[in-house]
Design a binder for this molecule. Structure first.
Ligand SMILES: Cc1ncc(COP(=O)(O)O)c(C=O)c1O
Length: 280
């Protein structure tokens, strides 16, 4: 481990995370070609690992990448988790970079401490800006080459949107389609509450979030109505609560939209419980 991080190859060999691993001509570096997953390991237990491995395979198929079978990833995850000497919450990334032209994908794992900012945003929430994403929800079907629902290494636009938010006094972003539809955040899904009904946009052109699915399963079992529905910006403002959900930060209440403060309807604690969110 170096500076609170750990890395391993798929055979479980630990490598120094401060040392280079990819070739300069790896297409993951040159063109952002590759796929990945992020999960949270809590007290040595990776959350929803099987579901992440299924989604990794779906993203790989969408990008024409052949990645190792789930069992090989599972063994490597066990090696990283076993060697982790950091805190109780580790952010674990499973990465498959396309590798050099005509070469094999380069697959590895990277574990890091859960950032302090994620812990803070779970408690204190996030101020978001609504930003134009430049496509409609229909691109999933009409332009599959845009890879709208795949989790690829091409996160340049997402990171740029986050920088834009931070330069303008916000913490995060909710992307809006050109037709006005609420899509997702750069690294999270969007959930709103209308009364005690939980709603998330359909995943036609966005990543099918594992955290929101887990939340909806638990909420539904506890008697909350849950559904997917196309939402517009007026629905965000009118909602009784708005949250961003993702595998590492898990749940963050939205406390302001475009500078307008908003409440969480007093529901964040209950949703955190449904998500089995770690205490700190
Ligand atoms: C673009 C995008 N949407 C949604 C999510 C939330 O997905 P999950 O809950 O599976 O982490 C992520 C997570 O990284 C993401 O990058």
């Amino acid at each position: 481990m170096t500076d609170g991080s750990i890395a391993a190859l798929l055979d479980g060999t630990l490598v120094d995370p401060a040392e280079p691993l990819l070739r300069p001509d790896d297409l993951g570096v040159l063109r952002g070609e590759g796929v990945f997953e992020t999960t949270l390991v809590v007290d040595g237990h990776p959350r929803d690992l099987d579901v992440h491995l299924v989604r990794l395979a779906i993203s790989a198929q969408a990008t024409g990448l052949v990645v190792p079978a789930p069992d090989r990833w599972r063994a490597a995850v066990a090696a990283v988790v076993g060697a982790w000497a950091g805190g109780s919450q580790m952010v674990l990334r499973l990465i498959a970079s396309r590798g050099p032209e005509h070469g094999e994908p380069v697959c590895y794992l990277l574990g890091t401490e859960l950032p302090v900012s994620s812990r803070r945003q779970r408690r204190s929430g996030v101020r978001v800006l609504l930003l134009e994403r430049g496509f409609t929800v229909d691109v999933g079907a009409s332009a599959p080459w845009l890879l709208a629902g795949a989790k690829t290494l091409s996160y340049g636009i997402n990171m740029s949107a986050l920088r834009h938010a931070r330069a303008n006094g916000a913490d995060d972003v909710i992307f809006i389609g050109t037709d006005g539809a609420v899509l997702e955040a750069p690294t999270s899904s969007v959930v709103v509450a209308r009364g005690r009904t939980l709603i998330t946009p359909p995943d036609e052109a966005i990543l099918a979030g594992i955290t929101v699915r887990r939340l909806f399963r638990a909420a539904s079992a506890a008697g909350w109505p849950v559904r997917t529905e196309r939402l517009g910006t007026a629905d965000l403002h009118a909602a009784d609560g708005v949250w961003l959900t993702s595998s590492a930060r898990l749940l963050a209440p939205v406390v302001a939209i475009d500078g307008r403060p908003r409440s969480d309807g007093g529901l964040t604690g209950e949703l955190a419980e449904l998500l089995d969110m770690p205490a700190a």
